[in-house]
Design a protein around this ligand. Structure first.
Ligand SMILES: Cc1cc2nc3c(=O)[nH]c(=O)nc-3n(C[C@H](O)[C@H](O)[C@H](O)COP(=O)(O)OP(=O)(O)OC[C@H]3O[C@@H](n4cnc5c(N)ncnc54)[C@H](O)[C@@H]3O)c2cc1C
Length: 495
């Protein structure tokens, strides 16, 4: 096993995509589960803390060490099996998501989780319960995890299979492959019933596997995953619609979202049933217009949508979309419909271009952006969106807003021009998290908490519940080795 401790060789492990910085003594590169068990044995003896590193695309500092050592999962990167008949895949944790997606699609199968940044490791997408545009219809990574192998901090291995280990009320019993037993008393806080990736997933009668999904490297190390695959849809209707009036775009979304949710429940395959609905505000379009001639200065917002079709349903579904496109006054002449996979790939690039253009802009100017990951229940969405927009305008900050509007989950990115504005933006960010919590929403719908958002999680759940979360961690990791500083401040581990 390679171990690197020369600082110049491990610099990449001391930060993540949010540019959150840390420090460590060494980076270990295990090649298999036995290497990991060995590292943990030593770490238990020396009480060395361990941070698990995926591919560093996280936006919360979760993979950035405060001290101790880093375990890089990068050498455990093989697809072990794709079973086309039974529609599942077995993977090591460092398979890159885009490689996996390519392999799966080439074999006419479909893996729905699609975070905008696809250069991430599968294990990390499970550790953060990632989601993306298609999560509107298909949900987050959690819905596709069938089995996990997890090494606990004492080196014991859990082989967790969905539906095999269910809590009785709030008591969850875990048993390792060697027969080591742990009884966990689960906290009784309630999670918001929306897209949500903040703090441990707990509920009465829950499946043991769900506790580890989204646990951000604090409860164990994922060494293998079996994931559910779906059948690949060959045909799709998708479009990017431009609107000369933002409220028309928002009304369009309200209608398309409600129809889609309803038709999903009734399984109506002849009506509107989007798998993704994404939003781009006026300022996002300003960033994109240089590369996309269809955008003009009258366009105040754009919506991307996509729906699966068959040759039987194609015409009727197309007509249903056209009806509402007209009803809500989209600029039909300039709107853009994909007729084949090549065009659909261009749409994907359009969606991804916003975040990369903003990151480029911010880096070029030597600035730091401050971006939200909050989501709220549908009935609160409009108020919440206007509250955020009005607040940034009142504070004279530049911003852009885009994202997963189907899930009432937009990324409002504030673009401060100097340190003073940066501090104002940080203050507004705290305000937006507080308001989302008050409205029954979440401070993180997909990126997780890591080290950067602990205070907002504290505000969302309250101290009592954070102490309960810390108690779960202490039961599974009594020597406090794994992912220290993620999700909650370490002071809660001493309670
Ligand atoms: C431009 C951009 C767009 C993004 N868009 C999205 C999006 O649409 N949706 C979304 O969900 N996220 C998004 N992200 C965030 C990020 O891509 C995801 O959080 C991703 O899952 C992180 O993967 P990674 O391999 O880079 O993990 P890292 O950042 O290296 O680690 C993330 C966490 O996973 C833990 N971890 C890693 N491997 C393991 C393991 N084997 N066992 C246990 N814990 C482990 C780490 O300790 C850490 O806590 C975006 C990021 C960027 C930069």
């Amino acid at each position: 096993m390679i171990i690197k401790n020369d600082k110049s060789e491990i610099l990449d492990f001391l930060l993540d995509a949010a540019n959150y910085k840390g420090d460590c003594e060494a980076v270990y590169f295990p090649e298999n589960e036995s290497d990991i068990i060995e590292i943990l044995r030593e770490a238990n003896q020396s009480r060395t803390t361990i941070t698990i590193a995926g591919n560093g695309t996280g936006l919360t500092g979760a993979r950035v060490p405060e001290n101790g050592i880093v375990i890089s999962m990068s050498k455990m990167n093989r697809i072990l099996e794709i079973n086309f008949n039974e529609k599942y895949a077995i993977l090591q944790p460092a398979v890159i998501l885009s490689d996996f997606q390519r392999e799966v699609t080439a074999n006419s199968l479909f893996y729905p989780p699609d975070p905008t940044e696809q250069n991430c490791f599968i294990g990390a997408t499970i550790a953060t319960n990632s989601s993306g545009a298609k999560s509107f219809k298909y949900g987050a990574t959690r819905n596709y995890v069938l089995e996990l192998r997890v090494v606990l901090s004492n080196g014991e291995v859990l082989n967790l299979k969905r539906d095999e280990n269910i809590a009785v009320g709030n008591i969850l019993n875990l048993i390792s492959e060697n027969g080591f037993k742990i009884e966990l008393k689960l906290p009784n806080y309630l999670m918001p019933q929306i897209k949500h990736s903040a703090g441990y997933f707990v509920k009465q009668d829950m499946d043991a596997i769900d506790l580890f999904i989204g646990s951000e490297g604090t409860l164990g190390i994922i060494t293998e995953a079996k994931l559910k695959l779906l059948e690949f849809y060959q045909n799709m209707i998708s479009g990017i619609l431009f609107f000369n009036n933002e409220s028309d775009a928002l009304n369009f979304v309200d209608y398309a979202r409600a129809k889609s949710i309803n038709n999903r429940l009734t399984n109506d395959v002849t009506d509107i049933n989007a798998r993704g609905i994404e939003f781009f505000d006026y300022f996002s379009l300003q960033f994109l217009k240089e590369d996309y001639q269809k955008i003009n200065d009258n366009h105040k917002a754009a919506i991307w949508f996509e729906q699966e079709i068959t040759s039987e349903t194609e015409d009727v579904i197309f007509d249903k979309w056209m009806e509402i496109i007209e009803k809500f006054n989209a600029d039909i002449e300039n709107s853009w419909f994909a007729v084949d996979n090549i065009e659909r790939e261009k749409f994907k690039n359009f969606r991804h271009a916003v975040s990369s253009k903003v990151s480029e802009f911010v880096a070029k100017k030597g600035l730091r952006k401050v971006g939200t990951d909050t989501a709220v229940p549908i009935e609160q969405f409009r108020n919440y969106y206007y509250f955020m927009k009005q607040t940034v305008v009142e504070n004279n900050l530049n911003y852009i807003c885009y994202g997963h509007i189907g899930d009432c989950h937009l990324h409002l990115n504030m673009l401060p021009k100097n340190e003073g504005e940066f501090l104002i933006a940080k203050g507004l960010y705290a305000k937006f998290c507080k308001r989302a919590s008050e409205l029954g929403g979440t401070v993180s719908a997909e990126h997780g908490i890591g080290k950067m958002k602990r205070n907002y999680l504290l505000e969302m759940f309250g101290e009592k519940n954070i102490i309960e979360m810390a108690r779960v961690k202490k039961t599974l990791d009594p020597n406090l080795l794994l992912g220290i500083g993620n999700i909650f401040d370490k002071k809660f581990l001493n309670c």
